[in-house]
Structure formats: C-alpha cells, structure tokens
Design a protein around this ligand. Structure first.
Ligand code: DWN
Ligand code: SAH
Ligand code: ZN
Length: 407
C-alpha cells in the first residue's frame, strides 16, 4: 500500500478498495493504439481527519482531458432535460440582477450553458477538452479553453468581472487541486454569489454499490460531511445539499461566503442521515471493499455459465464506468464480443484496457443477443424504453449494480 496524504487537509489517507491496474476510463483506443496503453493502480482511500474519500494515485489532468475527450454530455435525453432545468433555475433564482454573469467549470458540449446563451445572459464555460468546447461554441456558448484554477479564475475576473454563480456538474470531483479552485472562487464570486456543484454521492457508491463510478477521472467521492469540512477549510460555507437522481444518485451542493446565506433545513437533515447510516466510517468503507469483490465473482460466474450454455451476451453502453467493471472483473471478448454505444466518437474504437469493440446501437439488433449486459445502468429507463423490441424478442438484461441480477 502507498502512503498517501489527503489532497484537502494533508492528514493520512487510509486505503479501503483496490480495483487493480486500470487505463483512463475515457481512453477509447483505435486498434493500432493498443500497444503502450497507459495504466495506473486504481485504489481509493478515506482521509483519517476530514473523511474525504479520494483516489490514492491521481492521473495527470492533461492525460484525462484533451482534444480527444470522448464523453459528450448531450448524448442522453434525461441529461439534456436535467441541465435545461438547472439553467432555468439559475435564470429565475440567481441571475436576476442587472447584467448577471455565470461561469461553468467543465461545460463540455454546452448541455447547460446552451440554455443560458439562448436566454441572452452573460456566461462563460471553462473547458479544457477542445473537441467538446468546439461543439459548445457551435451552440452559441462562450468558452475559454483552460483548466479552472486560481490563475484562470483571476483572468476571468479581470476580463469579465465577478460571477453571481459558478457552476460545475460531474467536474468538481475531477479536479485534484481543490485549494486552487477555492482560491479562484474567492477571486471570482460576488459577495453574495454561490458555487453550485452536482457530483456522484458517496452513498450511491458505497451503499448502492456503484463501484464502477470509481475511475481515474473521479478523484474525489464526496459526502455531505466531507464537502462541509472542505468548504470550511477553504474559507467558505456549505449552505445547501440536495439529492438528485443523476448518474444513479448525486448531491447538488451550494457553497457561499460565510454568513451570506442561511443554511437549509435539508442540509441538516442530510448530514444527520449520513451520521446515522455511518456513511463516513471506516467499517462501512471496508465492507464496501468486500462487497465489490463479491459482485465481481457473481458477475464472472454468470457470464461464464452463459458462455458454457452457448448464449450470446452483448454490452449496452460504453460509459466511463464500463472501463472499471470490465478491467476489474477481467471481462474480455470471449465473454462479451462487443458493446454498443450511441456516441459516434466512441464507435469504431475499443474500450480502454479490456479492448471490447464499440459499435453503433444498430448492431445490437443484428441479430439481438440472448442477454444484454447493461453498462449504462444509470440510463436503464431510457435504454429499456428504446429497446423494448429486444425484450419482446425474448432478450434479457443483466445488471450488476447494486447486485448481479437478470431482468
Ligand atoms: O463524470 C463524468 C460523467 C458526467 O460522464 C465523466 N467522468 C464521464 C461520464 O460518465 P459516464 O461515461 O459513466 O456517463 P454516462 O452518462 O453514464 O454514459 C452513458 C453512455 O451510454 C454514453 O456513452 C452514451 C451511452 N448511451 C447509449 O448508448 N444509449 C446512453 C443512452 C441513454 C442510450 O440510450
Ligand atoms: N458538465 C457535464 C460534463 C462532465 S464531464 C456533465 O455533467 O455531463 C467533465 C468535464 O470536465 C469534461 O468536459 C472535462 O474536460 C472537464 N474538466 C476536467 N477538469 C477540468 C478543470 N480543471 N476545469 C474545467 N473543466 C474541467
Ligand atoms: Zn482530509
């Protein structure tokens, strides 16, 4: 085990789960790129002081986010609807003064800021992955190609003035340099401004067994208690926390300058819930480590049995999560010959590490397999509705979060 210290408070970090050698989860490869593929040890631990759960080894951000970033946030209908609603909320509740300004950290293809731009409100996306930033620009979104940190924040402030809202979704947990992010927020936010971010919830991962949310991009696995401690450490205050349904279960956090907003009742309620569930305690995390190994064994037993019975199994969806589960379990083309995914930027490439080929959704029905392994389990409703004919043809779905189940 490596000796690690907390990226937020410097206290020792205690490792509780090791998912083995892994590639970068969005490192989809062309067949000729397989040789020399990047790998690192994917392990998570919890800080012994502030309880923040974090990766033991962090992959440099330039290896993760670049002009070939393959996740396009607008690919799922439920995500488009969710972020349009977020934007409308900001327009109605926060961006109501004269000439308001909103900054989004990690705007990706403009899934949220597109609505803000269409409303004619001043905004800026900060997005280091050039390909997705260009898609956002085509939607009329203003984007700065950069990693958000203290220096970027200072430059944005100098050019545009202070921001009423700084927003991030599924991005803040990707950033290892939290101290720099908060110093940047201090420079950028108006006195009454808010920092709002939505991230995978530790409870979904640990109690809901969403172990495949653990991968290189997710440096932090936030709980309400650990975010509260982090905000305080960096001179801010957590004033709200609300569960949302995205990615199987997330929390939307609101942080403000100390005393600027009244903390919500639901924040206190969620903190109390965490406490009574012992979410942040070492014993809970250690049990999670054991459960992950059990799910792997159950899934591999099922897949090997289906192969022995002559059944065909195809993967559905190639989310970042599918890299974790295929590489941790050792799922190769002998068990799952290919996966289908609707993202053109992933098609024709191989899943990182496990090298399962990614094909367009049309190949799913040509002919239907006996079983579909649902890698994009967080989109079950949208996918099963779309693929009703598969079930009508006798097809069955396999889920592995929170448990291995044929449905
Ligand atoms: O944190 C992150 C979040 C925002 O997005 C990033 N690190 C990477 C990414 O995570 P993910 O890849 O796990 O996200 P999704 O939304 O679970 O990915 C779903 C995948 O499934 C996409 O590649 C699109 C695909 N899909 C499909 O093929 N057919 C999705 C739907 C709804 C479909 O019908
Ligand atoms: N907000 C979208 C996209 C999340 S994917 C959604 O919720 O679906 C994460 C995005 O964060 C990627 O587009 C990545 O390029 C970007 N990102 C990663 N590190 C960043 C940083 N330091 N500053 C700004 N964006 C960052
Ligand atoms: Zn800590």
């Amino acid at each position: 085990m490596e000796e690690t210290t907390c990226r937020v408070c410097d206290a020792p970090v205690l490792e509780f789960a090791d998912l083995g050698d892994q590639p970068t989860a969005n490192g989809f490869l062309l067949p000729e790129e397989v040789a020399g593929e990047f790998r690192f040890r994917l392990a998570v631990g919890a800080c012994t002081r502030c309880r923040l759960v974090q990766l033991v080894t962090v992959v440099p951000q330039e290896l993760r986010y670049h002009a070939g970033y393959r996740y396009h946030a607008s690919g799922s209908a439920s995500h488009r609807d969710h972020f349009a609603a977020d934007a409308r909320h900001f327009l109605e509740a926060e961006l109501t003064g004269p000439d308001p300004f909103i900054v989004e950290i990690g705007c990706n293809d403009g899934v949220m800021l597109g609505t803000i731009a269409a409303a004619g409100v001043r905004h800026l996306g900060v997005e280091p992955s050039g390909n997705v930033a260009d898609i956002a620009r085509e939607k009329g979104v203003r984007v700065l190609s950069a990693f958000f940190d203290e220096d970027t924040a200072a430059a944005v402030r100098a050019e545009h003035g202070p921001a009423d809202v700084v927003f991030g979704a599924n991005t803040i947990c990707h950033i290892a340099h939290m101290d720099s992010v908060f110093r940047g927020l201090d420079k950028l936010l108006t006195p009454g401004g808010v920092f709002v971010f939505e991230e995978p919830y530790l409870e979904t991962i640990v109690s809901g067994m969403a172990f495949d949310q653990i991968y290189d991009e997710h440096v932090f696995y936030f709980s309400v208690a650990s975010v509260q401690a982090m905000a305080e450490r960096f001179g801010f205050e957590l004033v709200d926390a609300e569960r949302i349904a995205m990615h199987g279960g997330e929390v939307r956090y609101t942080i403000a300058r100390p005393g600027a907003r009244v903390p919500s009742e639901r924040l206190a309620a969620l903190l109390a819930e965490e406490e009574s569930a012992k979410l942040n305690e070492p014993a809970t995390l250690a049990e999670f480590g054991r459960n992950v190994a059990r799910i792997r064994d159950d899934l591999m037993t099922l897949l090997r049995q289906l192969r022995a019975d002559g059944k065909r199994v195809v993967g559905y969806g190639a989310p970042g999560k599918s890299s974790t589960v295929t590489n941790y379990c050792g799922i190769g083309t002998d068990l799952v010959p290919f996966v289908c995914d609707s993202t053109p930027a992933k098609q024709g490439r191989l899943l990182p590490g496990s090298h399962l080929p990614v094909r367009p959704p049309a190949d799913f029905a040509d002919p239907y397999p006996d079983y579909a392994l649902l890698f994009a389990w967080n989109h079950a409703e949208e996918i099963m509705a779309k693929e009703q004919a598969f079930r009508e043809a006798g097809g069955k779905w396999i889920r592995f979060v929170p448990d291995v189940e044929v449905i």
